[in-house]
Design a protein around this ligand. Structure first.
Ligand SMILES: Cc1cc2nc3c(=O)[nH]c(=O)nc-3n(C[C@H](O)[C@H](O)[C@H](O)COP(=O)(O)O)c2cc1C
Length: 444
């Protein structure tokens, strides 16, 4: 069974999405639109609603792009756990995936927030563990530059272990609330963590009772060596940045082959590529939406957008010439630069052609066609072992998600690839995930 998720962004996933005539107006800080998205996704029986995040206003050094507002820049958005807590009160089944960084947060505060979300939602919390894609975040946390990748991941690993330890603070039946005896809680049922490590010193216990899922579902986004190893050790799901099946399969095999080291079965870790879905009631309808959105992007926005993705200023280079050498390491997201450079070299693309190719899917997979055609592509990915599910991105909101829910999901259900009803009480149950990798296993 596929694991499917979709995003909560009100402006859609295409850079031109918010300008489309069918897109929402007044999208900034619009809770009503977020709730509508959540209800629509729950009608589609999605596993998860995803909210990416950062802690800075981005791209102010790229004025044209800043004014145009790229979907991944988010100049005015809700803090994810806060927003998903609100949404939890308007939904009953769908999982709530909030992004939070291990680079600048503190494990105690974060463990408390996610435990609260899990209680508030009846066991639907999910944490997207990120180490931070945008160097500018560091300026809001007392630093002058982005923390180097190795240090971010080292801190991240200790952070996750501390958070798990805190989530194990209370046994399930700790709060007995016995009015007759006057005993509110069982003091034998609380565990003090006493963690002292390189990055954190945390006494514990957590001041939140054991959550319904024990641990939130853990998601990871990193694609580097350190990212893959951390995913193999701790994550239930990992994003995959792969534009074709061969790359997706290589990534999946690579991460799943690491699971043995942690006594984990291959099905305990789900590989979820990002996608952008242009689905229509006919192939022509899907093509029309695609062309309409592409026509809304001028080079003045397209080139800085590509620059941002590859983390190199491309504006001094001729737009109809090739990309410059992109072989060096970046501080942010390693996979975007690597994949985009490989695609441009393989297909001999100019800067203009490259941004036109990257725009609709932001370097992720592009699915386009009628419902049968898109379902064929999804099924091929899934059956070839390149993915266990997808982040189905809607280029325009709410039109794109309505089409996914009304056209694509029924076709996937008809093929037996996706649920027709939620069957579990918690997100872990709905996704068929165990309670989480035991810390005792990790300590070996
Ligand atoms: C698909 C994807 C989504 C990501 N989402 C976020 C995000 O929402 N917020 C964030 O700060 N970092 C995000 N990141 C950045 C990662 O957490 C990580 O810091 C970065 O990718 C560098 O690690 P890597 O080289 O291992 O990929 C994302 C990365 C990927 C690949």
């Amino acid at each position: 069974m596929l694991n499917l998720m979709t995003g909560l962004g009100n402006i859609g996933g295409h850079l031109g999405g918010w300008r489309h005539p069918a897109s929402w107006n007044c999208t900034a800080m619009n809770l009503g639109q977020h709730i509508e998205t959540a209800k629509l996704a729950e009608r589609g029986k999605f596993d998860l609603l995803f909210l990416a995040d950062g802690n800075a206003v981005r791209q102010m050094d790229k004025p044209a792009l800043f004014e145009a507002n790229s979907p991944s820049d988010r100049p005015s958005v809700f803090e994810p756990v806060t927003l998903l807590s609100a949404i939890s009160q308007h939904t009953s089944q769908i999982g709530l995936l909030a992004t939070a960084t291990t680079t600048y947060e503190e494990p105690y505060l974060l463990a408390r927030k996610f435990a609260s979300l899990d209680h508030l939602s009846g066991g639907r919390a999910c944490w997207n563990i990120v180490t931070g894609s945008y160097p500018g975040d560091s300026l809001n946390f007392g630093r002058e530059e982005h923390v180097p990748r190795a240090e971010r991941y080292e801190r991240s690993e200790e952070f996750v272990e501390v958070a798990k330890g805190l989530w194990d603070s209370w046994d399930e039946d700790a709060f007995v609330e016995d009015k007759a005896s006057g005993r509110y809680l069982d003091r034998e049922a609380v565990h003090v963590l006493d963690h002292v490590g390189k990055h954190f010193s945390v006494k514990g216990p957590l001041n939140v009772a054991r959550m319904p899922q024990r641990y939130p579902v853990l998601f990871l986004a990193g694609q580097s060596e350190q990212g893959k190893e951390l995913a193999a050790k701790h994550a239930d799901c990992v994003f995959s940045v792969s534009a074709d099946i061969a790359t997706g399969k290589a990534f999946s095999d690579d991460v799943k082959n690491r699971l043995d080291r942690y006594d984990r079965a291959p099905e305990s870790l789900r590989i979820i590529p990002g996608t952008s879905v242009f689905v229509g009631s006919s192939e022509a309808e899907a093509d029309d939406l695609y062309e309409e959105l592409q026509s809304l992007i001028s080079p003045a926005v397209g080139v800085p957008y590509l620059s941002k993705l590859v983390e190199m200023d491309l504006t001094p280079y001729p737009i109809d010439g090739p990309l410059p050498d992109l072989s060096g390491e970046v501080v942010g997201i390693s996979s975007f630069r690597k994949n985009i450079a490989a695609m441009a070299a393989r297909e001999n693309l100019s800067i203009r052609q490259t941004y036109e190719r990257v725009l609709p899917s932001m370097g992720h997979v592009l699915f386009k066609g009628d419902a049968v055609q898109v379902a064929d592509q999804i099924e091929e990915w899934y059956r070839s072992g390149a993915s266990d599910g997808f982040m189905l991105g809607a280029p325009v909101m709410p039109l794109g998600l309505e089409r996914i829910v009304d056209l694509l999901i029924p076709e996937l259900q008809r093929r037996g690839l996706f649920r027709t009803e939620y069957t579990g009480g918690t997100l872990r149950e709905n996704m068929g995930l165990e309670l989480g990798v035991s810390r005792n296993v990790l300590a070996r």
